[in-house]
Design a protein around this ligand. Structure first.
Ligand code: SAM
Ligand code: SF4
Length: 427
């Protein structure tokens, strides 16, 4: 149901009595979605839209060309089609409208994701972050991540993001192999990926590289080379995702030849071995970090924390003393712009049903190698621990979890069968 009344009235509505008993509000993060990319990748089902070549109406000049070469006309035109000033204005209007729902709560992390946020100029990101800081109390040393695509890289751009207030860069490398990058329809090549990572390492104290594995035609040796190249940069954080074929993508209609399951398992073993040898700990299914460099923002998701999501198609989860509410913003960028600027950014809002909460919590919490403190379940869901039994007993019987008086974690085997383990908690 679209929310049309002012969110101050909605806040009062959410504060009324209900059946859940949340004694404390969880940490709150802010997610900001920027929905444009130079080109849609054939495997991607995120809310990302290829920028349409347009007359140079708003001058967001992004050099999608390799370093040292001036961008070609289509590249300039594509970048120019991002209505960045109007979009930042809409995000600020979205935030203003949302404030009554999060009044006074400190923000533990900000994540500017996409899409391709690095299509936005450092000046636009600075305006956005200043507007956020003026409205929300960010904790000291608040993690502020920005996703960057090596195809939008130009010299000094990353340092300018840093100066704008970004503290952590997450680079969508995917692979360092030119043939793989081409098969994935990426807009960048190996040389641009390397240049982007070198610049990130220079400009930031902490950064992440996104890689994917089990790529079309990928061999174990090719994966090894990707890992060797990535680890040579000593990244503080690495995310390595198994390429999945998502419905409604180009790859779903035209499936590429992918490695067999056995090979994909061997690849995951290799990833775990090599990252561990390089001093990176696998703390979540797809996330590997050096000590002190885990992603605060994603950890808050996995620990069933709260997040306000602003921007086209952004999802949010907010807790109140007696209910948990999920929100979704208008997905289509033009529609979002229009609705957000009119002060009504929310396309859908609904309370999470009591019966769905155990699964929703476990879906996230079991992704973490360390599992969770039992007290956190009650604190985050407002439900007694007894609502997880007898499913916990079943998971234990299958050897998928271990627990003590304090906490619960997936076993090695449970981690291997994670989706089956999570499915046990379906309502
Ligand atoms: C939201 S995307 C944004 C990153 C940025 N737009 C880029 O692609 O360079 C975050 C990451 O999700 C991963 N990803 C996207 N689609 C995927 C898929 N179908 N299977 C596995 N991982 C995927 C990629 O590693 C990507 O970098
Ligand atoms: S650049 Fe990233 S968000 Fe954009 S289409 Fe490709 S994978 Fe999706």
């Amino acid at each position: 149901m679209a929310v049309t009344e002012p969110l101050s009235d909605v806040a009062a509505h959410y504060l009324r009595p209900g059946t859940l008993q949340l004694r404390e509000q969880p940490p709150l993060s802010l997610y900001v979605h920027l929905p444009w990319c130079l080109k849609k990748c054939p495997y991607c089902d995120f809310n990302s839209h290829a920028v349409r070549a347009a007359p140079l109406a708003e001058h967001t000049l992004v050099r999608a060309a390799p370093q040292g070469r001036l961008p070609s006309a289509p590249e300039v035109n594509a970048a120019a089609a991002v209505p960045e000033a109007r979009y930042v204005e809409a995000l600020v209007a979205d935030l203003d409208a949302s404030l009554p729902l999060v009044w006074g709560r400190p923000i533990v992390s900000v994540f500017i994701g996409g899409g391709t946020p690095s299509l936005f100029s450092p000046e636009a990101i600075e305006r956005l972050l200043s507007a956020i800081r003026a409205r929300l109390p960010l904790i000291p040393d608040c993690e502020v991540t920005l996703e960057a695509n090596p195809g939008t890289f130009e010299r000094d751009r990353f340092a300018a993001y840093r100066a704008a207030g970004v503290t952590r860069l997450s680079i969508g490398v995917q692979s360092f192999n030119d043939a793989a990058l081409q098969a994935l329809g990426r807009v960048h090549d190996r040389a641009q990926a390397i240049a982007a990572v070198e610049e990130a390492a220079r400009a930031f104290d902490t950064f992440n590289l996104d890689l994917m594995y089990a790529l079309p035609q990928q061999t174990l040796a090719a994966l090894d080379e990707d890992l060797a190249t990535a680890l040579a940069f000593a990244p503080p954080h690495l995310s390595v995702y198994h390429l999945t074929i998502e419905p409604n993508t180009y790859f779903a209609k035209h499936p590429p030849a992918l490695p067999e399951d056995d090979l994909a398992y061997a690849m995951l073993d290799r990833i775990t071995e090599r990252t561990a040898a390089a001093g990176l700990e696998r703390y979540e299914v797809s996330a590997y970090a050096r000590r002190g460099h885990r992603c605060v923002h994603n950890q808050n998701y996995w620990q069933f924390g709260d997040y306000l999501g602003i921007g086209a198609g952004a999802h949010g989860k907010l807790s109140f003393p007696h209910r948990i509410v999920r929100q979704v913003r208008w997905r289509e960028p033009e529609r979002y712009l229009e609705r957000a600027l009119a002060g009504a950014p929310i396309a859908q809002a609904e309370e999470v049903a009591r019966a769905d909460l155990p699964f929703e919590f476990m879906l996230n919490a079991l992704r973490l190698r360390e599992g969770f403190d039992l007290a956190r379940y009650t604190a985050r869901t407002g439900l007694p621990l007894s609502t997880l039994e007898p499913k916990l007993a079943e998971a234990e019987r299958r050897g998928w979890i271990e627990r003590d008086l304090q906490g619960l974690r997936p076993t090695e085997r449970g981690f291997d069968f994670l989706s089956d383990l999570q499915a046990l908690f379906l309502p």
